[in-house]
Write a protein that binds this ligand. Sequence first.
Ligand code: WT7
Length: 638
Amino acid sequence: MKNYKDLDIAHIKKNEYSGIYNESIKNNEKFWSKISKRIHWFKDWEKISNVDFSKGVINWFENGKLNVSYNCLDRHVENGNGDDIALIWEGNNPSEDKKFSYKELLVEVSKFSNVLKSKNVLKGDRVCIYMQMIPELAIAMLACSRIGAIHSIVFGAFSSNSLKDRINDSECKVVITQDTGVRGLKVDIPMKENVDKALLDCPTIEKVFVVKRTSSDIKMDKNRDLWWHEEMSNISKFCEPEWMDSEDPLFILYTSGSTGTPKGVLHTTGGYLVYASYTHEIVFDYHKNDIYWCTADIGWITGHSYIIYGPLSNSATTLMFEGVPNYPDFSRFWQIIEKHKVNIFYTAPTALRALMKEGNDFVKNTDRSSLKLLGSVGETIKKPEWDWYFEIVGEKKCPIVDTWWQTETGGILISPLATSDNFKAGSALKPFFGIEPVILDNNGNEIKENPAEGLLAIKKSWPGQMRTVYGNHQRFFDTYFSQFKGFYFTGDGAKRDKDGDYWITGRVDDVLNVSGHRLGTAEIEGAIGEHKNVAEAAVVGFPHEIKGQGIYAYVTLMTGVLPSKNIEEEIIKKVKIIIGPHANIDKIQFSKGLPKTRSGKIMRRILRNISENNINDLGDISTLADPSVVQSLIDGKK
Ligand code: WT7
């Protein structure tokens, strides 16, 4: 990467990777002990880790005391960096933006911490945050962390029904929301109204805080709802941070699994912060004064770790964008880079594909000379979009870090570094320091030689690993540790090439990745089943030009009901209402039956092959109760 401006001062210099990596694995505890010192501890930890995958027990930095908001704010102010910009907020409308210095953000966070306390939100209480990308979202998260309340952020596009389920699962005490939201041409996204609907059935909620974003007319319940600005108007600017234990919960974030309802992934305080902070600095090669922008929504883990906690713990300037890439036009991302002189840019392949298709002029009309490094996350970045990102967006000057990780992992586990010397489009290359990935065969045996292909698992714990499924530790154990003894199983497949570089091949379980959003097939099937005419449904993914994966549903209707365009549309609508607009079914195929084994299990492999057009390679269908179903499915393919 000859033109990479800052190569000489990169955190990890060329040729240093292997040495540090080997050391981090060999002397793992010593390594993390050293790295843990990068954050501030009120009281040092006593034992580095206590991990037992066979029981799903994971603890890091035992008995240490710290506070996340102190680490993200006070510490930088005390170190004399209070006037540095912490947060740049860019509104949906290009004329709207705001900047918060570390000092200013600390005041806002302290005030809102006091507001929460004044309404009896205590350490350990769960706080649901349901907002669009406005500064108060960041303030609310940090305020929770300051007082030791556990936030559970629900992505602002989720339906009231999904919101209700998440609030009830973790028994939240309050909700923080906004009147309505703006995104692209949508100017009145009914946030508060969705909360009102959800709360018809949420007995644990005591108060709702409402940010005035648009001043749209909304209903306020006198006994329950409070305006953010009124509560903030007359409250102390000082709030002592709560000393939290390393293993006290920091947040819950729901994510879809292959079965059942979404899981509340729980991350704790010490290990998560160390990991988010360290990976942010090293993978993005963050240097003081860099302007860093991650385009994710804070409603997903990427936003938690790499818009808020990682960057702010590193006293970075982090940019938060309320809008969408195509408003006012397809140059918006590049205009923002030009306007704020963004140095590090982190986005998702699905966004790149959507923008690439609009042609290069939208990019070339902007000045992107500030860029030093580009990042990608959410799915494999394939060759066409990798090349476009590298050549057109980065003008061949910026390395691309293709970062592989998951909600469960808290931070990046496999990724190139700025100074990697052999970037390969589509490969996440090498494990991060301290991370030991393995490729397993179907029986759980480790394939040690290269090249290898199989299931991706991780051998050792790392500080950012999730600790449990909220309220259901058994599910945590069953999902991640029961299948392959001694490993954390990721649910992904991977290849390792002759150079030892990793290529993620996608989920091997029943989880879809639609535009970088994770959706469980079981959840979608459940929602389809809510339609009165549906007898049974099975959902699989298929390759989709923009979304990466599209949703393909096989639906069997009740006896006597004939398939129609009308029913099809109703089903699509129903699923969006139940889950949210991002769960948009692309194709529905009505069929008289589904391929089932004699014991009644749907053979999704066959459905997947049909939806992906692999009809010559359906595999063994002899175990089906009625093999003739297969031909009728092929004939009816969409
Ligand atoms: C799944 C996790 C972690 C933030 C975004 C999504 C897929 C993620 C990559 C990548 C190939 C990737 C995996 C993973 N994935 N990043 N760089 N290359 N696949 O988090 O919603 O928890 O989804 O996203 O399949 O298991 P998530």
